[in-house]
Unconditional design. Structure first.
Length: 618
């Protein structure tokens, strides 16, 4: 009897050991698989070329923060222990798939925007319309590595499938232990900082960082999104400016330059204003030739007669093109998280359209996009435009890339402007010069080397050249209608393009000219021209997109006192300062004190608070 009992006991213990091993391995595969994905993720985004993978670099980025990485992953995986049998397997597959999709989204978004997406991106899904080509260009053929653990997990489950019938019990105690220990590890530092006021605690600096890419490096992509959810919830509440906020705002405006007017004050007073915001237009192509052909002959000719600012740094954030619409018309920085037009479309601004309307101007924003795209309809009406015209008002007779071609767009804009009462301000936007810059062959007129033409840089040259030709035709149409005789035309880029999103493709060229390559200066052109003005001058002053509105208002003869204490930008035609603050809070400039740099950086954050608190709502 003892022998039989001993054999039964030994057999039962072997089964227990085997089943325990199965359960452990079943848990370890997604745990290690997801951890490996975080290394792969960092190996992509930390590399100079985010389409190429450097696993060693990724591991070195992750290594100091391994404890946080595993803790965040364990928080999610621990819930599998509350299921039994097939339920546990299904949960592990689902949560692994969810986290993988999140990492893949982060990776694609980073390649496109050099930052990570907020949960607020979900409210912006209308922006995916017509962007198939752009989205597909944000993935790499190495991204399949993110799915290897699914194969391993699937094979393991298949070969051990009979053992799961014995997993009839949940493991609530194991769940509680893993979950509590993981949460405690994550919360130890912030509790010491924010509850016990122990600011000397090790790694405390990690929890005071607001850069999404740094947050993802410290806590993994999973951890970043948890913090993003928390911060998004906090930001969703109405913000009330503190006394310290108000003091900083007053200090900034009190220290703004107050200079005597110069020769440019009011030279366009009473004239119509047309702004042409060109999609993805970078400064580096202006006045350049390829194979003996000017890339932007129209804009080059306008510069020879007008005013040109080649050193305008892009300052868009997560709202990309819509952020440019905001800055050009309000001289306010965009929100630090999410799109301003989506989150706060009804905020009051002392804007370009509002200030011109006080002078009797009729204002209209004319977009070839649908009004739902980046919530343009609500955002631009909120800024103050009397009228908003979008995709649905056009005859969509020719589409290139994202939508209506620039050629068809400008042809249809001319009669719209002709019917406006003078004086008017028309804000127009082009669309064709958008990544991946695959202009149809019949639209390409530059004769360039096949290797270059097949590279995305050649596609960019062809695309910019196409838009430049359409601007020439547009101005010619306006001139025939007599609209240019009393009109000032402003051309500016919404953000950089080929270097921002596709620089790695440029670097594959065998013998690129020096000016092809990214020089680190992500600038957009700012051109001001009026028929017969003959005041050609190029200003080397460093500025940003928030400086465009005050500069235009100065030329239009609007009293400086009406906007000097609301515009965060400065008039580039009458300033002794040369600087710009980038979206990552880098200050590019000359002869600035450390105190000035700190003040200007603070105003980027303060602009966020001013928008959220509706600062100008009196």
């Amino acid at each position: 009897m003892k022998r039989i009992y001993s054999k039964f006991k030994s057999h039962y213990e072997n089964i227990l050991t085997y089943n325990s091993l199965i359960k452990i391995i079943l848990f370890l595969i997604p745990l290690l698989g997801i951890f490996l994905k975080t290394i792969i993720f960092q190996g992509f985004i930390s590399n100079e070329d985010p389409y190429s993978l450097n696993l060693l670099l990724g591991f070195n980025k992750v290594k100091p923060f391994i404890g946080y990485y595993f803790s965040f992953i364990l928080v999610f995986l621990s819930f599998s222990l509350l299921f039994k049998a097939k339920g546990r397997i299904i949960y592990l597959f689902i949560i692994d798939a969810f986290i993988t999709a999140l990492i893949l989204l982060d990776l694609a978004y980073f390649r496109g925007f050099q930052t990570l997406p907020s949960i607020l991106l979900i409210t912006q899904m209308a922006n995916l319309d017509n962007m198939g080509g752009t989205i597909s260009s944000m993935f790499s053929n190495k991204d399949f590595l993110l799915f290897i653990d699914f194969i391993l997990l699937g094979l393991f489950v298949f070969f051990t499938r009979n053992s799961y019938r014995k997993l009839k019990r949940r493991a609530p105690i194991s769940f509680a232990v893993i979950f509590i220990l993981s949460v405690f590890y994550i919360q130890y530092v912030p509790i010491n900082i924010y509850v016990f006021n122990n600011e000397d605690v090790k790694n405390g600096y990690l929890f005071s960082n607001y850069d999404p890419t740094d947050t993802a490096r410290y806590f993994s992509s999973v951890g970043y999104h948890i913090f993003d959810l928390i911060n998004t919830y906090k930001d969703s509440k109405p913000y009330k400016l503190t006394d310290d906020d108000k003091n900083q705002i007053n200090q900034f405006f009190n220290e703004k330059e107050k200079l005597e007017n110069n020769e440019y004050a009011g030279i366009f007073k009473g004239k119509n204003l047309i702004i042409i915001q060109v999609e993805s237009l970078e400064s580096f192509v202006i006045n350049k030739e390829v194979n003996g052909q000017e890339i932007t002959p129209t804009m080059n000719s306008l510069i020879k007669e007008g005013l040109y600012f080649p050193n305008i740094y892009e300052q868009v954030n997560e709202g990309t093109s819509s952020d440019a619409d905001l800055m050009i018309n309000t001289s306010m920085y965009p929100l630090r998280r999410g799109s301003t037009f989506f989150r706060y479309p009804a905020t009051n601004y002392n804007s370009l359209p509002n200030l011109l309307e006080e002078e009797g101007y009729n204002t209209v924003a004319i977009h070839p996009d649908k009004g739902s795209f980046w919530n343009y309809a609500a955002g631009l009406r909120g800024i103050g435009f009397n009228n908003f015209i979008d995709y649905y008002s056009f005859n969509i007779d020719e589409e290139i890339g994202l939508g209506l071609s620039d050629e068809s767009y400008f042809k249809q804009v001319t009669p719209i402007l002709k019917d406006l009462n003078n004086p008017f301000y028309a804000f127009t936007v082009t669309l064709t010069n958008h990544g991946p810059f695959d202009l149809p062959a019949e639209k390409r007129t530059l004769e360039i080397d096949k290797t270059l033409d097949e590279n995305i840089l050649g596609g960019y040259f062809q695309s910019v050249n196409y838009t430049d030709r359409q601007i020439r035709n547009f101005l010619s149409q306006l001139d025939k209608e007599g609209l240019l005789d009393n009109t000032v035309v402003v051309i500016e880029g919404d953000h950089t393009g080929v270097h921002k999103y596709y620089n790695s493709a440029i670097e594959t060229l065998a013998n690129p000219e020096d000016w092809y390559l990214d020089n680190g200066h992500h600038t957009v052109p700012f051109i001001i021209w009026s028929k017969g003005m003959n005041k050609a001058k190029s200003f080397e002053t460093i500025g940003g997109q928030i400086d465009i509105m005050p500069t235009i208002l100065y030329l239009m003869g609007i009293d400086n006192e009406k906007y000097i204490n609301t515009a965060l930008g400065r008039n580039l035609l009458n300033t002794n300062k040369s600087f710009a603050v980038l979206t990552d809070l880098t200050v590019i400039g000359e002869n600035l004190t450390e105190e000035e740099k700190e003040l200007y950086k603070n105003m980027v954050e303060m602009s966020d608070k001013m928008i959220r608190s509706n600062y100008l709502d009196k």
